[in-house]
Write a protein that binds this ligand. Structure first.
Ligand SMILES: C[S@@+](CC[C@H](N)C(=O)[O-])C[C@H]1O[C@@H](n2cnc3c(N)ncnc32)[C@H](O)[C@@H]1O
Length: 128
């Protein structure tokens, strides 16, 4: 294992290849959560846009997790996605749905809400 301390985009571009699988877990867009100061480094909508521009040009496989929201749906339009069961979120007092977007094909029976596993997002990562 190797730990890198650098901006995500630099690391992603350094290691991109057809043999690479990137699991990206960026800070949730602010529109999808109550606390907008949760992480040491937050990402603005513009940062999400820049990350998506890079992820959309990679040779490697990408799986990106986040809450369903207008911004991520727009940036990863056309990608495959798997929904995790919705959970009630205390900070926004609304149900939130965690999604795994992938730029590679996933088995049809794993798309959207058809999963029965309690850890569907991880199942999808390990079956690539
Ligand atoms: C949702 S958290 C990831 C949590 C991680 N998967 C874990 O289980 O510990 C998002 C993380 O991305 C970091 N981050 C924000 N902007 C970044 C950037 N440009 N490059 C690298 N990391 C960044 C945040 O500080 C935060 O720790």
């Amino acid at each position: 294992m190797q730990i890198e301390n650098a901006p995500a985009i630099d690391v992603i571009q350094r290691y991109d290849s057809e043999e690479t699988l990137f699991y990206c877990d960026p800070p949730y867009p602010h529109s999808s959560r109550g606390d907008i100061h949760a992480y040491g480094y937050e990402m603005t909508d513009s940062d999400h846009q820049k990350l998506a521009e890079v992820l959309n040009t990679l040779k490697g496989k990408v799986a990106l997790s986040g809450y369903r929201c207008e911004l991520l749906d727009k940036l990863y339009k056309g990608w495959n996605c798997i929904e995790s069961p919705s959970k009630q979120c205390l900070s926004v007092k609304q149900p939130r749905t965690e999604i795994l977007w992938t730029n590679y094909d996933i088995p049809e029976d794993q798309c959207q809400n058809q999963l029965t596993s309690s850890m569907p997002l991880f199942d999808a990562l390990t079956k690539t």
